[in-house]
Design a protein around this ligand. Structure first.
Ligand code: MIG
Length: 748
């Protein structure tokens, strides 16, 4: 994209429009802290899937020429725009946020002479540049750390790595060198010594994020096509930046309470007898559990919205019985619709022209689980509406959640060609444009369908998504393996999802592919009980990994952590309520809470739950002790109740039954008594653990089920104490039956 010299500029409402020699560009001021940089290629206006509605507010800003640039200022941010549409951003006090790089990129800039010579010998032109249609190169000021970017492999700080946004289903073990996974969330937060900010590149084409791998001088973003369309998101702290990002792209609605319980999955529980046995085993071994999953084998020949009547003679009765025992059923739904003239979903899709086409105008067919299949063109509202209505079939059976898989979209006969015809609302376009939002549009269709057809809060889980899908679906990280490296990776992966607007997420506990061990499984539960989606899942052909299959000692430990999760459900629920107004995740990397403390900047094996609990799980085979970093402040060991000063590393015993957990002094921690399941019943008793110190806590209570809270059917309590164990209670909002009992436990 070449712009050339700046010829003229003018203010138009909340935009400043620039005429360069070769192209126009503009800067739009949405809020004092959110600036958009835009130049149209495929459209003159934004075509955002992530941002819904107009997010701009009335902002006072100035625009004037100064020192060879046009300077745009709000009370929080100054942008300076130069020739070639170079843009530099500063805080109001003049601190640099980020500046466009003025040199030209060199693919081998980061290589030693030796490596360059090697590359040349291999036939590479070492001076050659790999350029993209849309490219933004930012100068590295020196000490940047990068967070976010969704579900990418590796560690918390993404500095020095390169990633590709192209939703990908790759069954190989996902290691640090993987550039793309299932999700495309083109947003990251940059932290440097004096400032923090976010960049959100809202373009759905295949894109590259080089976070300072190619060079020590710059980091760059490039997209294969589409508009130059990105947001500089400022804020005084990481939480503020994240709050501004979720202001733009949305937050996760408060979920049904039972979804925060424990979920059991397997590819697949294949027969009615097997499912009944599973349910009975949970109650027999006294492992609390709220959800049982039906993977692809429940269907008739993998035809979505059908049921296999050979293996499940009476699914309606089965689901009713499960519900009576406190289990909610969740079914998988893939996007591929089997090409079969005798199958109603395929026939309807053909009749109404709902499927993607090839360039010749024929329905595009590729193979997935059902064999040859057609792909719904979810970019159109009428297709989403149709798909949504199809869920009546599942709701009639009492299904409480829908699990969307394979929606990258994955395909068995090679990838979908770039030119497969898809629609973006009213515009005919192609796979290249729509690939990364296929899962987004499918999740939206599912969410909206469930919302229309039922009064309950929709529970949708998706594997593929884009920025903004958090409004419609929970996510899991796809096909990990039963590897210690993957248990270790779960922490940065989930924390970075949280930093990308996805607080509701989980990994397959125990590992999906390959065989787990008892020790690995136990350690995985000790991480998983703190992840918001708490689900054990494993692949066909691998060793089974239900909690009771590894002997009594391990079963007892697993029960201890599942029970801990059930005690903490009101805390998790409160954190979702808090997320609504702040955008903050539930599971948090330490850096989000303590960004000024450099020890936290690339901490990959500890995390916070909210701002009050810190977990330091063991993620190394054989380890029975671990080093724990406690940030400044006073902490209480959750197990021994010993007080420990923060701002230091300590060594904690961590035999197999111990996941070190610390509570901030003064915490008021809400708990429920442990039960076999949360289900849809009312909680009558609240326990408050009050830790010595002083503190304040807001607790939210509603029916955990439907949307009555929108009409005020909820309670909001504020509890506070000043150290003597006396608790003060204030009801900030009353609209729901109060607890019959609040049990206060003072912990000195
Ligand atoms: O090609 O439905 O990630 O969770 O069990 C594999 C079968 C298809 C991939 C999902 C996994 C699920 C499996 N699916």
């Amino acid at each position: 994209m070449e712009f050339g010299k700046l010829c003229s500029w003018e203010k138009q409402g909340n935009r400043v429009v620039f005429q360069f020699e070769k192209r126009t560009g503009r800067v739009e001021i949405l809020t004092p802290e959110i600036f958009n940089v835009f130049s149209g290629v495929v459209s003159e206006e934004h075509r955002s899937k992530a941002i819904e509605g107009d997010k701009s507010v009335a902002v006072d800003f100035t625009a004037a020429e100064a020192d060879g640039a046009v300077e745009i200022s709000t009370n929080a941010v100054t942008a300076r725009i130069y020739d070639d549409f170079k843009v530099d951003f500063y805080k109001a006090d003049g601190t640099v946020l980020c500046r466009d790089y003025r040199g030209s990129r060199k693919i081998c800039a980061g290589l030693s002479d030796e490596l360059k010579a090697l590359k040349e010998a291999e036939g590479h032109n070492v001076e050659e540049q790999r350029t993209e249609a849309v490219e933004v190169v930012k100068q590295l000021e020196g000490d940047e750390a990068f967070y976010g970017l969704g579900d990418k492999t590796g560690f918390m700080d993404k500095r020095g790595y390169e990633y590709v946004m192209w939703n990908t289903d790759d069954p190989a073990p996902q290691m640090d060198n993987f550039k793309s996974l299932y999700k495309s969330i083109p947003f990251f937060i940059t932290l440097h010594k004096n400032a923090v900010f976010g960049l959100f590149y809202d373009n759905t084409y295949r894109s590259c994020f080089d976070m300072g791998k190619e060079s020590e001088e710059y980091y760059w973003y490039g997209a294969a096509d589409g508009n130059l369309d990105y947001y500089l998101i400022a804020g005084e702290s990481m939480p503020e930046v994240l709050g501004n990002y979720t202001y733009l792209t949305g937050t996760v609605p408060v979920p049904q309470k039972w979804t925060l319980g424990y979920h059991q999955c397997r590819w697949s529980y294949k027969t009615e007898a097997e499912v009944r046995q599973l349910a009975a085993d949970f109650r027999r071994y006294e492992i609390p559990c709220d959800a049982i999953y039906f993977d692809i084998d429940y269907m008739d020949g993998y035809r979505v919205f059908t049921w296999n009547k050979d293996n499940f003679t009476d699914p309606d009765q089965l689901i009713t019985d499960l519900k009576e025992q406190g289990f909610q059923a969740v079914t998988i739904i893939d996007p591929g619709v089997k090409k079969d003239e005798d199958y109603y979903v395929y026939r309807e899709g053909i009749e109404h022209d709902y499927f993607a086409k090839d360039v010749n105008g024929d329905v595009y067919i590729n193979a997935v689980w059902p064999g040859d299949s057609a792909f719904p063109d979810f970019g159109r509202q009428e297709v989403r509406d149709w798909w949504g209505e199809k869920h009546q079939f599942l709701l009639d059976k009492g299904i409480m959640g829908v699990w969307n898989d394979m929606n990258e979209p994955a395909s068995f006969n090679g990838p979908l060609p770039d030119d497969v015809v898809f629609t973006e609302e009213d515009e005919i376009t192609n796979h290249k444009w729509m690939h990364n939002v296929y899962g987004h549009n499918m999740s939206k269709a599912t969410y909206q369908g469930l919302r229309r057809l039922s009064d309950k809060r929709p529970f949708v889980i998706t594997r593929a998504c884009y920025s903004g899908t958090q409004k419609y679906a929970t996510v899991w990280t796809g096909d990990n393996n039963s590897l210690w490296t993957h248990l270790r990776m779960a922490i940065p992966q989930l924390c970075n999802l949280g930093m990308s607007g996805y607080p509701f997420a989980g990994t397959d506990i125990g590992g999906f592919g390959s065989d787990t061990t008892g020790e690995l499984l136990v350690r995985w539960y000790q991480v998983g009980c703190f992840s918001t989606l708490f689900r054990n899942h494993s692949a066909m052909g691998t060793r089974r990994q239900e909690p009771w299959l590894f002997g009594k000692e391990k079963l007892d430990i697993i029960r201890k952590y599942v029970e801990l999760r059930y005690e903490l459900i009101p805390y998790f629920y409160d954190l979702f309520h808090e997320h609504l107004s702040t955008g903050l995740p539930v599971m948090r990397p330490l850096v989000l809470e303590y960004e000024k403390d450099i020890n936290t900047h690339n901490m990959n094996d500890e995390f916070m739950i909210g701002s009050q609990l810190l977990a330091a799980p063991v993620v190394e085979q054989g380890a029975t002790k671990r080093m724990v970093y406690l940030p400044a402040g006073e902490w209480v060991d959750y197990w021994t109740k010993e007080h420990i000063a923060g701002g230091q590393y300590i060594i904690r015993d961590a035999p197999l039954d111990t996941c070190p957990i610390y509570v901030k002094a003064g915490t008021i921690l809400p708990k429920y008594p442990v039960e076999a399941y949360i289900g849809t019943k009312e909680q009558k008793k609240l326990i408050l653990e009050v830790y010595a110190g002083d503190g304040e806590y807001e607790h939210y209570q509603d029916d955990g089920l439907d949307f009555a809270y929108e009409q005020g059917a909820y309670n909001l309590y504020r509890f506070s104490h000043t150290g003597n164990g006396e608790l003060e209670e204030k009801l900030l909002h009353e609209g729901y039956p109060k607890y019959e009992e609040i049990d206060i436990k003072y912990i000195p």
